[in-house]
Design a protein around this ligand. Structure first.
Ligand code: CO
Length: 198
């Protein structure tokens, strides 16, 4: 069996390094969190929210699932959203997809991937919504990239259509939803310019 001892060693080093830079870091963070951002991203290990935003613990509230989806019956995602909006009062919600997403690739295939195919059905629906746009693009990586972007746009709309956001906006809460795409080839984030703030 492979050892996981190194994880604890890494963790000690990490905590030490932070304390050297700011001895009060963990003490002040333990008293409260007040992140301004909610990140809804893919579970992909190559797309870590804090790191790619250059943010410290405490700065971004995070929800991740396969292919960064916001499904209206997903209590997990909705609970994160409600807590972030109603309690933490985040100012920005970022839905971030990425190129080279395995979930998007799998949704474009007609193969059996097991249970996850049920989760990926929602992506197939996005594909169907944008059938004509998708049909214009022939080669495979370009099709995946386009569907990754269309999926982000769709999920931004899903966030905006939740009762959580509708109520927040009705109560004049200032909150903007953004759609980003992340390029795993160069580490660069791109704004898809689909922000909604009311
Ligand atoms: Co992904």
């Amino acid at each position: 069996m492979s050892s996981i001892e190194h994880l604890f060693k890494n963790n000690l080093q990490w905590a030490e390094k932070i304390k050297q830079e700011d001895p009060n870091f963990f003490k002040s963070l333990s008293e409260q969190q007040s992140p301004e951002y909610l990140w809804i991203g893919c579970s992909d290990s190559r797309v870590p929210a804090n790191e790619l935003l250059g943010m410290q613990p405490g700065e971004v509230f995070v929800h991740r699932n396969i292919a960064n989806q916001v499904i209206h019956t997903d209590l997990n995602c909705l609970s994160v959203l409600q807590f972030a909006v109603d309690i933490l009062k985040v100012k920005h919600i970022i839905v971030c997809g990425h190129y080279g997403c395995g979930g998007i690739q799998a949704a474009l295939e007609d193969e059996d991937h097991g249970l996850i195919d049920n989760w990926l059905r929602h992506i197939k629906v996005v594909h169907r919504f944008h059938k004509e746009k998708m049909a214009e693009v022939k080669d495979s990586p370009a099709r995946e990239n386009l569907l990754s972007e269309l999926n982000v746009i769709e999920q931004v709309a899903n966030v905006s259509n939740t009762t959580i956001l509708k109520n927040a906006w009705k109560n004049n809460q200032e909150i903007t939803i953004h759609g980003f795409i992340y390029n795993i080839h160069d580490g660069i984030l791109k704004d898809l310019d689909v922000s909604i703030s009311s």
